[in-house]
Design a binder for this molecule. Sequence first.
Ligand SMILES: [Fe+2]
Length: 201
Amino acid sequence: MTGFPGGRLFPMISWQTVCGDLSQWVKEALSDQPVRVAHLEGVVRRLKDVPESLLIRHGFAGVECAAAAWCHDIGYAAAAHWTGWHPVDGHRWLDSMGAPAVVLDAVLYHGGAFSQAKLRPDAGRLVPYFEAHPCRFPAMVELITACDVTTRHDGGPCTLAERLEGLVVRYGADDLRVRHFCLERPFYQEAVGRFLGAVAC
Ligand SMILES: [Fe+2]
């Protein structure tokens, strides 16, 4: 991927190192963004609403679900900055550490990020990144998406409709993120229905 100039050379951090205390590492990386951290804590809490039998059926260990939830927005960290868009920046940072594919997929693809990449002004540079990193764990992407879209930006639980209302209030009805949310709503509804049942539709 060469579309973005000035690719960051990350310091040598291994996934094993950050995994020692992942939540603490994430909180430190986002220490200047407390609301973001509150959102991540809320998404991790949301995971508890997912029946364990569903996770087992998909072959997911609780620890990797928690890692994906904690890391899905890590691309907002200043240390991850590359393109300025968090799914790609977070994926690239964690990939440099050797994070497992199931976590990397959740970071890059959560929330229908690939379809949003195609709508963004820099689509010509973002889309090839996705094409170079195809999704191998769509069920994990759905799981994290379901928890993400039913957690407010400040961490409280919400319905899909309330999440959309929050985006409109923060960004305005014409914002690309709002338009993309409406476009992806059927996917969100399916993901929420599959993993959270009637909890948050
Ligand atoms: Fe999120």
